[in-house]
Design a protein around this ligand. Structure first.
Ligand code: SF4
Length: 333
């Protein structure tokens, strides 16, 4: 894998106006996020619903204006481009949206759907039937599917059609938003294997967005965990999974453990709801839910500590195998 970044996101913020007449203010949906994605690499953005990951992905793809920071793709600054200038960029950076069936137009055949990107971008001189056959074969669907309609597809097949659309124009980067949402566990694995296989065969870079950490365990090279629009932990996926350093990462992992009959899992229950972006907690913004919180945490915001390619924003990073104080006490009694 080359270490040449294809995508560079630097201190990006996305703000949304709130309030009525005379009381207008703004909330930060993405509050200063930086990361790079290398060619041929899969980078995962993980967090609960409302953590800002989809907003960040839309900002990268030019669908959401940023209020600060810079986004560079294939050595071109793209955050300042207008809609027209973004069009060629979207050929090289395609986006797979959530909801496999709902994102496909119900009146178009599979053949028309997978070749629609050629029409949208005014690419002529291609035999669209041949292109449809090529794309369906690449995503593991029979070419006879060209005449089917979306309602005749299973969730997994619809997702494969979405993947075929995403790779139609030979992109360098795919951003996949919840690529396995709504699919059975066995089908989730098939879709992830397909994405991984295409990444290798076509030399793609990929950003996968999901609320479920385990979706990315075996396909992402690096993983970043988002909370209230910030990265709280980022690093090599294997390291993040085997020894999470941020309590929020540990809680996400424990909430959805990988099936393993030889292991028992401590479930870390997070108290309280996700705070509103309108009222961000003081100090460490996770302190209202953190089982490890200490008095310093509510007044003092942690700096990002970076070591050996890992970054964590916590005053008291977890040691491997750490248990929340409540569970450790229970085990000792
Ligand atoms: Fe928890 Fe404190 Fe670390 Fe925040 S800084 S994650 S509250 S231990």
């Amino acid at each position: 894998m080359s270490s040449d970044p294809i995508l560079k996101v630097e201190d990006v913020q996305v703000s949304f106006p709130v309030g009525g007449l005379g009381r207008r203010s703004a909330i930060l949906g993405v509050a200063g996020v930086s990361f790079e994605v290398n060619r041929g690499e899969t980078f995962a953005l993980v967090g609960e619903s409302g953590s800002g990951k989809t907003t960040l992905a839309r900002a990268v793809n030019g669908l959401q204006e940023i209020s600060a920071g810079a986004i560079t793709f294939e050595n071109q600054r793209i955050d300042e481009l207008d809609r027209k200038a973004m069009k060629p960029v979207r050929k090289r950076m395609s986006m797979m949206f959530q909801d496999p069936v709902g994102s496909l137009s119900p009146r178009m055949t599979v053949g028309d759907l997978v070749t629609e990107p050629f029409r949208i971008h005014g690419i002529e001189g291609r035999n669209l039937r041949e292109e449809a056959d090529r794309l369906l074969t690449l995503v593991g669907l029979p070419t006879s599917f060209v005449s089917r309609f979306p309602h005749q597809l299973s969730g997994g097949q619809a997702r494969r059609v979405g993947v075929a659309r995403a790779i139609a124009l030979d992109p360098a980067l795919i951003i996949a938003d919840e690529p396995t949402a709504g699919l059975d566990v066995s089908v989730q694995g098939e879709v992830l294997n397909l994405l991984n296989d295409l990444r290798e065969r076509l030399g793609l870079a990929m950003v996968i967005i999901t609320h479920n950490l385990h979706v990315v365990h075996h396909v992402a090279d690096r993983t970043a965990v988002m909370y209230l629009g910030r990265f709280v932990e980022a690093g090599d996926t294997e390291q993040v999974f085997s020894a999470p350093q941020h309590p929020y990462t540990a809680a996400l992992l424990s909430a959805n453990p990988e099936p393993d009959p030889d292991k028992t899992h401590d479930r870390i229950t997070l108290p309280a709801e996700v705070p509103s972006l309108l009222a961000r907690p003081s100090g460490c913004e996770f302190h209202t839910r953190c089982p490890w919180a200490q008095s310093r945490c509510s007044v003092d915001a942690p700096e990002r500590q970076v070591a050996n390619g890992r970054a964590v924003a916590c005053h008291f990073p977890l040691e491997p195998g750490a248990r929340p104080p409540e569970l450790a006490e229970k085990a000792a009694s």
